[in-house]
Every structure is written in structure tokens, then in C-alpha cells.
Design a protein around this ligand. Structure first.
Ligand code: PLP
Length: 438
């Protein structure tokens, strides 16, 4: 046992799997066993492992300019080119982009930019942020407070009060519907609760509403039709920003360029990481509307600076890799191909509907979850940990890496370059593992 403290792992846990190398959509452990990477690492290795173009890009940029910071406007061409490219791609008006290195710090930067912006326009009281139950927005003290999963909150004493975080309903119909509600009634109730919360708190105190267009870590929740339309109308009515956390859903994952496109959202702010560089280098982005940026210019003139930035904000190697990743996405029509493979993947998932261990099936594009139940008729969930401990381990023994999310769902998020034949292989291995559990 090594001296590593493993992230999001019991302190008691020892090494579970020691990986040595990766190629395409497969990874290999130190015993030479092959695994199909059904989770793209942690929802991130969109272009798979060992991509020579990306490896060369890292090497070339390392040789050219290994590092430069961006403080005080010190810049480099790849960073500027990447921001031009992202600005073209994102559905945010006149987008301006702040670079970081993880999804969590991208969300922290947004919290600070919101504060800065509302101070700048003379509305310092507009500072609360509405998040949702079952949300996952990272683990730093601030972003971790936007996260609602009990495991990420327990024992950390997150300063929710000080941060002004409010929690509204999740949009998970399978678990949230009450007394035989239809999807439409469910949507009306939870969006009604949202509006009530805004009115009770005072719209003038609320800066933004944050949502993953489709949640990942909490079980791949696809909200029912009409949900975001209603949410967006409420937010517009009360002048509250829609902040889309696209750390998982960005860049072709959900059958379109962004999860916001798939779900019909027009965001004011967006967060990116993961597939932004296909995980070849850590980089993230906090995207805001151009007019927010314009409004902050005067404020920074007063203090001299926007006093926020990381040593690795705009790391040239991260920028070069992300720029190459965008080029590959566009040149090779990765999003269009993934949309097609995604349809196939959803049909393969749907085929598990009648399996005695399957309670619910959800997803869009190349992300999905199959929720497992101990009793299909009653929808009785497995005891927490039973699924993670058993079925996922059986999958691993059968050469497939999937992830237990929200206790009892198996999440699927293979690299975007996965072929239909490999999707067949993934579900053949998963089906076999399920049957071995019966
Ligand atoms: N936001 C979302 C939607 C995520 O899924 C994650 C990570 O899974 C994060 C933020 C945090 O990203 P990171 O782990 O890079 O800090």
C-alpha cells in the first residue's frame, strides 16, 4: 500500500487497480489485462488514449514555450487563438473567457466574477446562487458548496451561509415524482418551487442559477421536456443569470456541441474542463457574456486589477492542446459522428429495459446511466455501496470500466471516438456482468 491519499475514496481503501498504459478506448493494468474504458476516464478522454497528434502537440509546445503566466496581460498566441476559437463555438453572446485548470476552479472563478460584476454595477446585494439538489459542481470550498451530494458535503463544514448558496429541487422525475405526478405536473411543481424561492429570498438578492444541463455524477439525470424552458423564463423574469456547468456535457457529449444546445438552454455563463483538452493536459474555462465583461472594466480601473488568477491560468501547453482538440473535433466531425454513435448507444441501453435488475434507463448522446434495483416491481434500490462494490467490480473482472454513480446507477460515458462495434462490446460485457450478479 502506497502513501497516497486517494481522492473521493474511503481512507480505508487500498489500491484497486493499477493502470499502466492506454491505447484508443482501452487501458491496460500492470498485469497486462485489457479494459474497455466505458467512462472515458472520469468523463474526459473524449479522443481516447495515445492520440499521436495530441502527444506531438504537447511535445512541440513544451519545447517552444514550456510555461508562461497570464498576469498583467502577458499573453501568448495559442492562448489567444484558443479564446478566438471558443468564442466562435459557444452559445454565449460576445463571450469572454477566463482560463483555469479544473472544473472546480472554473466554478470558483465564476463565483468571484459574479461578485465582482454585481459590485461593479452597484448591486452588491445580488450575490446568492441557486443550485439544485443532486448537483455536482466540484469540490473546492466554494464550488464544493454548490455541489449537493451528501458525500461531498459531509464533515467539511462548507460555508453555505457565507456563500449565499440556495438549493432548489433536482429535476429527476424517476426519484422526484410525487403521488403519481405526470412529467408535466412534476415540472410545474418544481419550477413553481423555484419561483417561490426566488420571491421569498428577493430576486434582487439572487445573482445566478447554476445547472449541469444533464447531470453526470449524480446519476445522469435528463430533466423532463419543458423543464429548462420554464426555468429559463423564470430566470429572465427576475433578471437572474443562467449559468450552465458544461464540465461534462461540453464538446459533443450529449449529441450536440453543448449540453445547453441539447436541452434548449441559452446560457449567460458556461464552465468547461475535461473534454476541452480530452484530458491530455489540465485546462478549464469560465465563459461570461461580453456585456458582463464590459461592465467590469470600470471596476478594475478603480482597484487597478481584477485580483483573481491562477499560476496556471492559460498555461501554454494546455491552450495548445485544447486548440488542437478543437481542430480535431471540427476537422473529423467528431460531434456529428458521436451523435450518431450516441443514438446507437441509447438503443443498446434501452434493450436492458426488461432485465430484472434494471429500474430506470437515462441518457442522451454518448452519456447514459442504467439504474439498478434490488426489486424491479417495487423499484427498491440496492443498499448503498452494493452496486459499486459488486456489479462494477464484476464489470472490471470482465474487462469493462464503468462507474457507480448515485449509489445504484451504472454510468456510461465512453470516449467520443468509440465505434458501434465497441459499443456492442461494452454492453455485451455489462450484460454478462449483470447476469453474473443475479
Ligand atoms: N462540474 C461538473 C459538472 C463536474 O462533473 C465536475 C467533475 O466531475 C466538476 C465540475 C469539477 O471538475 P474537476 O474535478 O475538474 O474539478
Amino acid at each position: 500500500m502506497s502513501s497516497i491519499i486517494y481522492p473521493t475514496t474511503s481512507f480505508k481503501a487500498t489500491e484497486q487497480l493499477i493502470l499502466e498504459r492506454g491505447e484508443g478506448i482501452y487501458v491496460y493494468d500492470n498485469q497486462g489485462n485489457q479494459y474497455l474504458e466505458g467512462m472515458a476516464g472520469l468523463w474526459c478522454t473524449s479522443l481516447g488514449y495515445g492520440n499521436e497528434e495530441l502527444i506531438s502537440t504537447v511535445e512541440e509546445q513544451m519545447r517552444k514555450l514550456t510555461y508562461s503566466h497570464m498576469f498583467g496581460g502577458k499573453s501568448h498566441q495559442v492562448g489567444m487563438d484558443l479564446s478566438d476559437k471558443l468564442t466562435e463555438m459557444v452559445p454565449v453572446d460576445n463571450a469572454k473567457i477566463f482560463y483555469g485548470h479544473s472544473g472546480s476552479d472554473a466554478n470558483d472563478s465564476h463565483i468571484k466574477m459574479l461578485r465582482y460584476y454585481f459590485n461593479a454595477i452597484g448591486k452588491p446585494e445580488k450575490r446568492k446562487i441557486i443550485t439544485r439538489e443532486r448537483a455536482y459542481h466540484g469540490v473546492t470550498v466554494a464550488a464544493g458548496s454548490l455541489t449537493s451530494l451528501p458525500v461531498n458535503l459531509a464533515h467539511f463544514d462548507s460555508p453555505l451561509e457565507a456563500l449565499g448558496i440556495l438549493r432548489t429541487d433536482h429535476a429527476h422525475y424517476y426519484h422526484g415524482a410525487q403521488n403519481g405526478e405526470t412529467e408535466a405536473q412534476f415540472v410545474d411543481r418544481i419550477t413553481g418551487n423555484l419561483e417561490k424561492m426566488i420571491l421569498e429570498e428577493g430576486p434582487e438578492t439572487i445573482a445566478a442559477f447554476i445547472a449541469e444541463p444533464i447531470t453526470g455524477a449524480s446519476g445522469v439525470i435528463v430533466p423532463p421536456a419543458g423543464y429548462y424552458e420554464k426555468v429559463q423564463a423564470i430566470l429572465s423574469k427576475y433578471d437572474i443569470f443562467f449559468w450552465a456547468d458544461e464540465v461534462i456535457t461540453g464538446f459533443g457529449r450529449t449529441g450536440n456541441d453543448f449540453g445547453s444546445t441539447t436541452m434548449g438552454i441559452k446560457p449567460d455563463m458556461m464552465s468547461f474542463a475535461k473534454q476541452m483538452s480530452s484530458a491530455y493536459f489540465p485546462i478549464s474555462a469560465s465563459v461570461i457574456r461580453g456585456d458582463m465583461y464590459e461592465a467590469m472594466i470600470d471596476q478594475s480601473a478603480e482597484t487597478g486589477v481584477f485580483g483573481h488568477g491562477y499560476t496556471y491560468s492559460g498555461h501554454p501547453v494546455g491552450c495548445a492542446v485544447a486548440l488542437k482538440v478543437m481542430e480535431i473535433y471540427q476537422r473529423d466531425n467528431i460531434f456529428e459522428k458521436a451523435a450518431k454513435t450516441g443514438e446507437y448507444m441509447q438503443s443498446k441501453m434501452a434493450a436492458f429495459k426488461d432485465h430484472p435488475l434494471v429500474g430506470d434507463i437515462r441518457g442522451a448522446g454518448m452519456i447514459g446511466a442504467i439504474e439498478l434495483v434490488a426489486n424491479k416491481d417495487k423499484g427498491t434500490p440496492f443498499a448503498t455501496g452494493a452496486v459499486g462494490g459488486n456489479i462494477m467490480k464484476t464489470c472490471q473482472d470482465n474487462g469493462l470500466i464503468v462507474r457507480a454513480v448515485a449509489g445504484s446507477s451504472a454510468a456510461f460515458c465512453p470516449p467520443l471516438v468509440t465505434t458501434e462495434a465497441q459499443i456492442d462490446e461494452m454492453f455485451e460485457k455489462f450484460g454478462k456482468s449483470l447476469d453474473q450478479t443475479l
